[in-house]
Design a binder for this molecule. Structure first.
Ligand code: HEM
Length: 502
C-alpha cells in the first residue's frame, strides 16, 4: 500500500482525536502527579484534575456561592484547582494579605487593562506608586471634594424625585452617581450621567464591555486574536472597549491641563495627582501614568460603589423596621441643619450599621482576591506551600462565619451598634474577617471616598423618601452573581420611592 492510501479523512481525524485525547490525559496526569498541594487537602474531585472547572464556575457568575458551599462541606481549606486553594479561617488572613506577606497579586490582575496601582505585583514598584498617590485619598483631601460629591448627589436625588411613586431602577441611579462622582473628582468633569434621564452615557457601555474582553484576552488569547481579526463592526467596537475607556480618560486629562494648567485651585483629586505631594516631597507621576491611573480608578470606583448603594436600598426596602430607624435617626440628628455634612453623618450609628451590614452581606468583591505565593515554602494556616500556588480568601464566606457573625444571613445593622447606642467597630478578630475592603498593603485606596458617597446618598434619600420593593421581581433581580465584582443577576433593582412629608 502507498503512503497516500493511509491519508484518508477518517484516518487523519482519528489521529488528531488521539493526539488531543493524549494531550488531555497527559495534562490531567501531570496535574495530579505534579500538584504542589498536599493530597490530603480536600476539595471536589475535578479540582484535582484540572483548573478548567473553576474557570467555568467563574464564567457562570457563581464563584462566591460555589466556593462558600465547598467550605461548608470540606472545612477551612479547600482545593479549587491542582495549584489553587481557598481558605476561610482567620489565621490565613495575615500570611495571604497582611503586611509582610510574600504573596503577590495573582495572574488575573494581568488581564485588567493598563498597569497601575491596582494591577502592580512587584512590592517595591507598588510601594513607590502608592507613595506618590496616597495623599489624594487621605481623609483631608477627600473632605475638600465633598462639595462636588454633594452636587452629584443633588442630581441623583433630583432624578429619583422625578420617578417618585413609580417603579424605577435604583441600580442605574446608584451607578450613575458613582460614575459622576468619579468623573468630577478624578477626571475634572462630569460624565453628564443624569442628563439623559435613564440613558447611561456611552462610556458606561464600554466600561461594561471592557472586563469581558480582558477576561477573554487572559484566558483564551487565541479566541481573542481571532475575534479581533473578524471584520464585523459591532464586534470590533466590543473588542476595543478598553481602548475607549483609556482614551476617554486621557482626553479628559489633557482637556483638564488645557483649561486649568498644572497648579490650579480646583478641588479635585486630579489636581492633587498632577501636583504631587508638597508635604512629603513626593513628586508627581509622569503624565502617561496619571492618565492610566484616572481611568483605572474610575473603573475601580463605579460598579463597586454603585452596586453597594443599590444593595443598601434593596435591604432597606426589605426591612421597613430598619428604614424607619434610619429615618428617625436622620431626622432627629443635625443632618439637615448641616446640609448632610459628612463629618456629621459619620457619627450616626444606624446609618453606619446599615452600610456595614450591606458591605458584610454584599461585598463588592465577594470572591478572591487571588494571590500567588512567591517563596519556596509559604506557611498558610499550617500548610507549607511552594511558590506559584494560588491562594485566596473570600469575603462572601468570612463575613458569613457564624463564629464571628451569629445568625450570619440575617440583615442586622444592630451588630454594629453598642448597647449604649454608639458605633460598634467590632472586635479586632471580627475586623480581621471583614475582607470587604481587602487587607494589608493592597487595601482599597477608595474606601473613604466610597463610604462618604454612600453615607451621604443613603442619608439624603432616606430623609426624603420611603422605599419599597417591586414585589418578587426585585428579589430575583438582586440575586448575587460575581464576575470579579458583585453584579445583581438582573442588572436592575426595581424599587418604588415615595416622597415623605417634611
Ligand atoms: C464600596 C466600594 C468599594 C469596595 C467594596 C472596594 C473593594 C476593594 C477591594 C476588596 C480591593 C482589594 C483588591 C485586592 O486586594 O486585590 C480594592 C482595591 C482597590 N480599590 Fe476599591 N473598592 C470600592 C471602591 C473604590 C473606589 C471608589 C476607588 C477609587 C476611587 C477604589 C480604588 C481601589 C484601588 C486603587 C485599589 C487597589 C489598591 C492597591 O492595590 O494598592 N475602590 N477595592
Amino acid at each position: 500500500m502507498t503512503l497516500e492510501s493511509y491519508l484518508t479523512v477518517p484516518a487523519l481525524a482519528a489521529t488528531v482525536a488521539a493526539v488531543l485525547a493524549g494531550n488531555i490525559i497527559w495534562t490531567i496526569i501531570s496535574n495530579v502527579l505534579a500538584s504542589p498541594i498536599p493530597s490530603s487537602v480536600p476539595g471536589p474531585f475535578l479540582a484535582r484534575l484540572t483548573s478548567k472547572w473553576i474557570l467555568f464556575v467563574d464564567m457562570s457568575g457563581y464563584r462566591a456561592r460555589t466556593v462558600d458551599a465547598l467550605h461548608k462541606k470540606y472545612g477551612p481549606v479547600v482545593r479549587l484547582a491542582p495549584n489553587e486553594l481557598s481558605f476561610s479561617c482567620r489565621e490565613a488572613v495575615q500570611p495571604i494579605y497582611g503586611t509582610g506577606s510574600t504573596c503577590i497579586k495573582g495572574p488575573i490582575y494581568d488581564y485588567f487593562g493598563k498597569r497601575g496601582l491596582f494591577q502592580m505585583k512587584d512590592a517595591g514598584e507598588h510601594r513607590e506608586r502608592h507613595r506618590r498617590m496616597a495623599h489624594i485619598f487621605s481623609a483631608g483631601s477627600l473632605q475638600q471634594m465633598e462639595p462636588l460629591v454633594q452636587s452629584v448627589i443633588d442630581r441623583t436625588v433630583g432624578a429619583i424625585e422625578n420617578k417618585a411613586g413609580q417603579v424605577c431602577d435604583a441600580l442605574h441611579f446608584c451607578r450613575m452617581m458613582a460614575l459622576d462622582v468619579a468623573g468630577e473628582v478624578l477626571m475634572g468633569k462630569s460624565f453628564g450621567a443624569f442628563d439623559g434621564q435613564e440613558n447611561a452615557p456611552v462610556y458606561v457601555k464600554h466600561l461594561d464591555n471592557a472586563y469581558p474582553v480582558w477576561f477573554i484576552q487572559g484566558i483564551a488569547p487565541l479566541v481573542y486574536h481571532t475575534l479581533n481579526m473578524l471584520p464585523i463592526p459591532a464586534l470590533q467596537e466590543f473588542m476595543t472597549s478598553g481602548d475607549y475607556v483609556y482614551k476617554y480618560g486621557n482626553d479628559a486629562f489633557e482637556e483638564f491641563l488645557r483649561l486649568n494648567g498644572r497648579t490650579s485651585n480646583r478641588r479635585t483629586l486630579l489636581t492633587k495627582l498632577i501636583a504631587g505631594n508638597p508635604e512629603t516631597g513626593a513628586e508627581p507621576l509622569p503624565d502617561a501614568d496619571i492618565s492610566t491611573e484616572v481611568s483605572n480608578l474610575t473603573f475601580a470606583a463605579v460598579d463597586t460603589t454603585g452596586n453597594t448603594g443599590a444593595y443598601a436600598l434593596y435591604r432597606l426596602a426589605c426591612h421597613p423596621d430598619w428604614q424607619e430607624k434610619l429615618q428617625t435617626e436622620i431626622r432627629t440628628s443635625r443632618a439637615r441643619e448641616t446640609n448632610f455634612a459628612y463629618r456629621m453623618l459619620q457619627t450616626l450609628p444606624v446609618l453606619n450599621g446599615v452600610l456595614m451590614e450591606t458591605l458584610r452581606l454584599h461585598p463588592a468583591q465577594p470572591s478572591g482576591p487571588l494571590r500567588e505565593t512567591t517563596d519556596h515554602s509559604t506557611n498558610i494556616a499550617g500548610l507549607n506551600l511552594p511558590a506559584k500556588t494560588l491562594v485566596s480568601m473570600q469575603a462572601y464566606t468570612t463575613q458569613r462565619d457564624p463564629a464571628y457573625f451569629p445568625n450570619p444571613d440575617k440583615f442586622d445593622p444592630g451588630r454594629w451598634i453598642k448597647a449604649d447606642g454608639t458605633i460598634n467597630p467590632g472586635t479586632p478578630e471580627l475586623q480581621d474577617m471583614m475582607l470587604v475592603w481587602g487587607k494589608g498593603p493592597r487595601t482599597c485606596s477608595g474606601q473613604y471616598m466610597a463610604t462618604m458617597e454612600l453615607k451621604i446618598l443613603l442619608a439624603r434619600l432616606m430623609d426624603r423618601f420611603g422605599v419599597a420593593l417591586h414585589g418578587e421581581k426585585t428579589h430575583l433581580e438582586m440575586e448575587m452573581t460575581d464576575h470579579f465584582v458583585l453584579i445583581p443577576k438582573g442588572h436592575c433593582c426595581s424599587l418604588v420611592f415615595t416622597t415623605l412629608g417634611s
